[in-house]
Ligand binder design. Structure first.
Ligand code: MRU
Length: 397
């Protein structure tokens, strides 16, 4: 009881402080304690720690990563997930590889193999490939083992800091959309989101959630419709958890409910994240996103995608043809996991003889996207929109 009261007080003191300051977000919290999704263990250089997201929201467990294989496991098995976090975790995985090169007969071959292993974990989020290639290239430019370790560590730190800063800026740009909607209506701005594109998918703040947290902290009334996001329920488990911890009003809905709510004027805005956006503005995101975009278009509800530029794949235009969609274990569909009152437990929810199919992502074509909220501002979901904002990135490719 005292613990609940204490957490409640901390959340409110924080809200009042942020409201009075109208300042930027100060980092996301669990039980009032600031967490990021990945960090360096102070007492043990070489040890990286993460929140094991497979257990949330029921257990808060920290997992240790030291060997490159542990990083690959963490990404593949979704101890960490979400495009930006996958990228930063892989960058630390390359750092872990440099810590093992002293004494290796062919260090370059070893580093290439680790890079390959990390890239082989999940195929859709482009941040993974971007981070591993960037780290590998920088590491290979150095020749001594010590320099390679230093380079890898500073690269991972840089990518982590950039990810935090991008999310913070996405929050500031997206806030204007929410503020404008609030000016036109009474009551809270109702925002629908799919999957978890919150701080748990990034390092801090989130992408789709950053504008929501900022609006909330500035006293703009918001309410979030949280798609449960079968089969792994990232919405019901992770987004709902984040929002509860921050005190943001929200309601978990079955995946099929969004269209109905839109038809009845109960959704003012949709904001989702993305795992890979093509240079023409096609957006790959968690399976089911496309259906929300169709419903939004049919009901004239603005449909925005929030993304850091690390999620843009400048090498392709046609997302439906060229983005590789992850197929995951059918068991994620045939079974469900939840809290049985004492522990996390798994139950079967389909007939024993039925097969299942589990595509992790789908592609929403650019023409269904109202706009892209990036760290550099909001643009049209098109090659013209993206290239106008990111001329520097295009010229360096
Ligand atoms: O399979 P996941 O949980 O890694 O999928 C995550 C998503 O689809 C997110 O919406 C996307 O990565 C954007 S995260 C800011």
């Amino acid at each position: 009881m005292i613990f609940i009261l204490h957490s409640f007080l901390i959340v409110w003191i924080n809200r009042v402080f942020l409201y009075l300051n109208k300042g930027p977000l100060s980092g996301m919290k669990i039980n009032g304690v600031h967490y990021q999704t990945i960090w360096e263990k102070e007492s043990d250089p070489g040890m990286i720690q993460i929140l094991d997201q497979r257990l949330l929201p029921f257990e808060l467990k920290i997992a240790d990563l030291r060997d490159p294989e542990q990083y690959a496991f963490a990404i593949r098995e979704m101890q960490v997930r979400g495009a930006p976090l996958i990228g930063v975790t892989a960058a630390y995985g390359m750092y872990a590889a440099t810590l093992q090169i002293a004494g290796k007969r062919d260090p370059e071959k070893f580093l290439g193999e680790i890079a390959g292993m990390l890239k082989n974990t999940r195929p859709t989020a482009v941040d993974l490939f971007y981070a591993v290639d960037l780290c590998l290239n920088s590491i290979l430019q150095k020749s001594s083992p010590d320099e390679r370790v230093d380079t890898a560590l500073s690269m991972a730190r840089k990518l982590k800091a950039e990810s935090i800063e991008s999310c913070r800026k996405i929050g500031e740009h997206g806030l204007e959309l929410i503020r404008n909607l609030k000016e036109k209506k009474d009551g809270p701005v109702n925002i629908l989101t799919h999957c978890n594109a919150g701080w748990l998918a990034c390092i801090d703040y989130g992408t789709a959630t950053a504008p929501v947290y900022l609006a909330f902290d500035q006293g703009i009334p918001v309410h979030v419709w949280v798609d449960e996001t079968r089969p792994r329920n990232q919405g019901a488990k992770l987004t709902a958890y984040e929002l509860s911890e921050h005190g943001v009003p929200h309601t978990v809905i079955p995946d099929n409910a969004g269209g109905h709510l839109m038809q009845h004027g109960q959704v003012d805005l949709v904001i989702v994240g993305t795992d890979r956006t093509t240079r023409a503005g096609d957006v790959a995101n968690k399976i089911g996103t496309y259906l929300k975009a169709l419903a939004a278009r049919d009901n004239q509800v603005p449909f925005y995608v929030a993304l850091p530029s690390s999620s843009i794949d400048w090498s392709i235009r046609d997302g439906i043809r060229d983005i590789r969609i992850e197929t995951r274990d059918e068991k994620e569909v045939t079974h469900m996991e939840g809290w049985d009152g004492e522990k996390i437990t798994e139950i079967r929810v389909t007939p024993f003889k039925s097969q299942a199919l589990n595509h992790g992502f789908d592609v929403t074509p650019a023409n269904l996207v109202t706009g892209l909220i990036t760290e550099k501002g909001i643009c049209e979901a098109s090659e013209r929109g993206l290239t106008a904002l990111f001329r520097d990135k295009i010229s360096s490719r």
